[in-house]
Design a protein around this ligand. Structure first.
Ligand code: MG
Length: 388
């Protein structure tokens, strides 16, 4: 990693040094003006594993955001399910639209708290990059298949993708992201480590949970798995529905459903900001390094945490464990297991890239190949191999 540079707030700095130094000084100056002291400032980055010159007009986290956005694994999120597969129409969220919603909500929170939005966006776009086809069912199947080779987790796999599988540079594999982006994703992957992460990463975690609570509620009602009347009995959603009902009579359910999504997001984001602002002020954090060691979480107050738990419990019972979904999941798991066994026994059937990888990492290459598939591609390859 490159040596950390000292922050230089001297406004005369942009006129000195070469073009990329001047660009970084300009970015540092802008960030010094708009970011809070506890934010991760670009000038303080610990750099990249493979040193690269700074860009003429993009900061390091802006470049990371762009690198993730332009990688193949990111585009494939469009074909990966969040909760529902493509057979249920085209209204509900995919892994890609979920990711974009997380990025949007995280940036809203980050801007209000004067955190580094470029870093937040990079982390949000990265956070689900490692998801295999068929959501958590796919993850469970691969975890079982790879049990003796270390298991599989989508959070860890995101790191494998951006450090090993994506090929964008002639000199080295991976996207060569900054230390801050990689270590934040590592903290997501390593649940046992102390929760030392930048505030930007904690904002993305908060936005992730706000986002899926709201959009899974929306999708579940739209797909007919739960009704608005049933949601009226669940704390967070029920309060929203009562408020919407007082505003206007005789609204169609489609409008009420959308107003409810708006309420759920607005209520949760508002509560996070109401509690985070005073907490940050009271903590008196002087810089990002102190922020990393702080125990601040952006979950809102105890009341919201309790209400969220109840909504999540409701979604788990009524949506995630709905018999129709369980059947899709069981079928997907069985197919992935069959495909895994097939390629593990005959790695010469893998595409050339994964055959080479198999020579280096063994059976994990089979997991890497399967995890990269979209839902549809997975089903197509399954049909080609097993004719069903
Ligand atoms: Mg997510």
């Amino acid at each position: 990693m490159a040596t950390p540079r000292s922050r230089n707030p001297d406004p005369s700095a942009p006129t000195e040094g070469n073009a990329t130094d001047r660009a970084l000084a300009t970015i540092a100056e802008r960030e010094a003006a708009i970011l809070a002291p506890y934010a991760m400032h670009s000038i303080d980055t610990r750099g990249r594993r493979h040193p690269q010159e700074e860009h003429a007009y993009r900061g390091p986290f802006q470049r990371d955001r762009d690198r993730i956005l332009h990688c193949a694994a990111f585009r494939r999120l469009a074909g990966k399910m969040q909760v529902f597969t493509g057979e249920r129409g085209d209204y509900h969220r995919t892994r890609l639209t979920h990711t974009m919603e997380v990025a949007s909500i995280a940036r809203t929170i980050g801007r209000a708290l004067r955190l580094n939005e470029d870093l937040i966006e990079a982390l949000a776009l990265l956070h689900d990059l490692g998801h295999p086809p068929f959501g958590h069912a796919g993850e469970d199947a691969l975890d079982e298949c790879l049990h003796e080779a270390g298991g599989f987790s989508h959070n860890r796999h995101a790191l494998v993708i951006v450090e090993q599988l994506e090929e964008h540079y002639t000199e080295f594999p991976g996207l060569n992201l900054t230390h801050e982006v990689l270590s934040s994703q590592q903290a997501r992957a390593d649940k046992n480590s102390p929760p030392e992460s930048l505030l930007e990463a904690r904002v993305v975690d908060a936005a992730d949970s706000i986002t899926y609570n709201a959009h899974d509620t929306d999708d579940a009602v739209k797909l007919g798995l739960v009704t608005l009347d049933e949601l009226a009995e669940v704390p967070l959603a029920g309060e929203g529905l009562r408020r919407i009902a007082t505003q206007q009579r005789d609204l169609p359910d489609t409008v009420i459903r959308k107003a409810l999504v708006h309420y759920l997001i607005d209520q949760q984001v508002g509560e996070v900001l109401r509690t985070a602002g005073p907490a940050l002020a009271a903590a008196g954090i002087a810089n990002a390094e102190e922020a990393r060691r702080s125990n601040l979480v952006f979950g809102g107050g105890d009341e919201l945490a309790r209400e969220k738990r109840e909504l999540e419990l409701f979604l788990r019972e009524r949506v995630y464990r709905h018999p129709d979904l369980l059947q899709v999941r069981d079928e997907a798991k069985a197919k992935l297991r069959q495909m895994f066994d097939f390629y593990a026994a005959e790695p010469q059937r893998l595409p050339a890239f994964y055959q080479q990888r198999h020579a280096q990492v063994g059976v994990r290459a089979v997991g890497d190949f399967l995890a990269g598939m979209t839902d549809r591609y997975c089903l197509r390859i399954y049909r080609e191999q097993f004719g069903q």
